[in-house]
Write a protein that binds this ligand. Structure first.
Ligand code: PA5
Length: 432
């Protein structure tokens, strides 16, 4: 069973463990609002039971994805925001950066921006390959994925003809509403539903995340088990010492209350890049409203120590860091001995890179603490499907409780609409 631990030794100087207890009752009240389903946005709590509910959908998810994956070399997943980041977080962190040993077809992404050159290159790359599309949009009307789908669907249909193209397209959308639902019915796409009571950023454990992850060849069953372990963990007792959700939620809100307005999620594992991007969207869209909310930022160490390190060490002190660390590497390499030792690295000969990375992590934490930046450490087992399932559920729950502590609705995003209506006016969309 994969376990998540919140290590607070690097926050002690700013927030002694004892004083964290002062946050116990406000965490408990917010926790209760969530579990009683009595808070704002309580019609969007379907994600709470997903680790169980999605198990029932597994046979269909596996059958459809295995059949399509066996036929195709590449699959373009189209979506933006919550309809994209969860799948990318899992697939990117589980796939070798060079694509070596990839268990399924290559997964490419589209619909998350509006740049023509990208689509020109993507279509050129796909030419001559057997490829298909997974299009994800709850509303079915979001501009970026809708444009991407129009471009890619046209290309696929002109390459293989409409009937074959339709067999290579999966649509994941609202049960009844939206253009994508209508089009799928007309053209006979295989469809999956995004439940009404689940918003985009809480949807990774629905077909929105599970279909692309299964197509990529990873075990969605193990991911759901990890999430279920987190959902049913004996530690879910709201104790600020043993319940990781309560502990993380309490410490970040206590630091926010001390004026630490920005949380930088960092890791020393570049494979977690999109996990951090997923986290950023989850917390940013859930908390940032009514003039409140911790600003979620991300950094990737040690790379960013050579770009953001100076700011982290000596910039304005309204920051705290949360370092996400897998405790076990999937594989590792030892630093070789060198007879000449001109680079002076023989003192590390025979040591694995993870040993050096952990020293870099602790060295950074000590330096940043000395520079006035509290550092939370979130430790988990390893980068695999099971741990990712636990992490997804852990962060979703913590985010919902944090939102209730701030007294905002963690499940809406009214502020995302204004840019769209301005853009539509400028583009002269009928009705705007
Ligand atoms: O989290 C959210 O709700 C948003 O990020 C949406 O997922 C995003 O805007 C895409 O919306 P849709 O799935 O309707 O295309």
């Amino acid at each position: 069973m994969s376990k998540i631990t919140i290590d607070l030794k690097y926050t002690e100087e700013f927030l002694p463990e004892k004083s964290l207890e002062l946050w116990s009752s406000s965490v408990s009240s917010a926790y209760k609002i969530l579990t009683d389903k009595s808070g704002r946005g309580n019609d969007f709590l379907g994600w709470l039971d997903l680790p169980e509910k999605s198990m029932g959908q597994l046979p269909e998810i596996l059958q459809v994805s295995q059949e399509l994956a066996a036929e195709l070399e590449a699959i373009v997943v189209i979506g933006i925001g919550g309809s994209y980041l969860g799948a990318r977080a899992a697939i990117d962190s589980l796939t070798s950066p060079l694509g070596i040993g990839r268990p399924g077809p290559e997964i490419l992404y589209a619909g998350h921006h509006l740049v023509g050159k990208y689509y020109i290159d993507l279509l050129a790359y796909l030419k001559g390959k057997r490829w298909g599309i997974v299009v994800v949009s709850k509303s079915g009307t979001t501009t970026e994925p809708a444009i991407a789908f129009r471009i890619l669907k046209n290309a696929l249909e002109s390459e293989v003809g409409q009937p074959v193209a339709s067999k290579r397209i999966i649509a994941i959308t609202d049960e009844k509403k939206g253009a994508l639902r209508k089009l799928s019915a007309q053209l006979g796409y295989k469809t999956f539903t995004i439940p009404d009571d689940i918003g985009g950023r809480y949807s990774v454990l629905t077909p929105v995340g599970l279909i692309p992850i299964a197509l990529a060849g990873f075990s969605v069953e193990s991911m759901l088990h990890g999430a279920r372990d987190m959902m049913n963990a004996p530690e879910n007792n709201q104790s600020l010492t043993s319940d990781p959700v309560a502990r993380y939620t309490a410490v970040r809100n206590a630091l926010y209350n001390q004026g630490k307005r920005t949380e930088v999620l960092c890791s020393f594992n570049p494979e977690l890049h999109y996990v951090a991007e997923w986290w950023k969207q989850l917390f940013g869209e859930s908390e940032g409203k009514e003039g409140k909310g911790i600003f979620p930022a991300v950094a990737e160490y040690t790379t960013d120590l050579h770009s953001m390190g100076q700011y982290m060490q000596e910039g304005p002190r309204y920051l705290f860091e949360t370092i996400l660390t897998p405790q076990n590497a999937a594989s590792d390499l030892k630093i070789p001995e060198d007879t000449q030792d001109l680079d002076g690295l023989n003192f590390l000969a025979g040591r694995e890179l993870a040993y050096v990375n952990e020293a870099a992590c602790n060295g950074t934490a000590l330096a940043h603490v000395a520079g006035g930046v509290p550092v939370i450490r979130i430790l988990f087992d390893r980068v695999d499907e099971n741990s990712l399932g636990s992490l997804f559920y852990f962060f979703e729950k913590s985010c919902a409780i944090s939102g209730y502590m701030l007294n905002v609705n963690p499940f809406d995003q009214p502020g995302v609409e204004l840019y769209k209506s301005n853009m539509f006016k400028l583009l002269k969309k009928p009705g705007y």
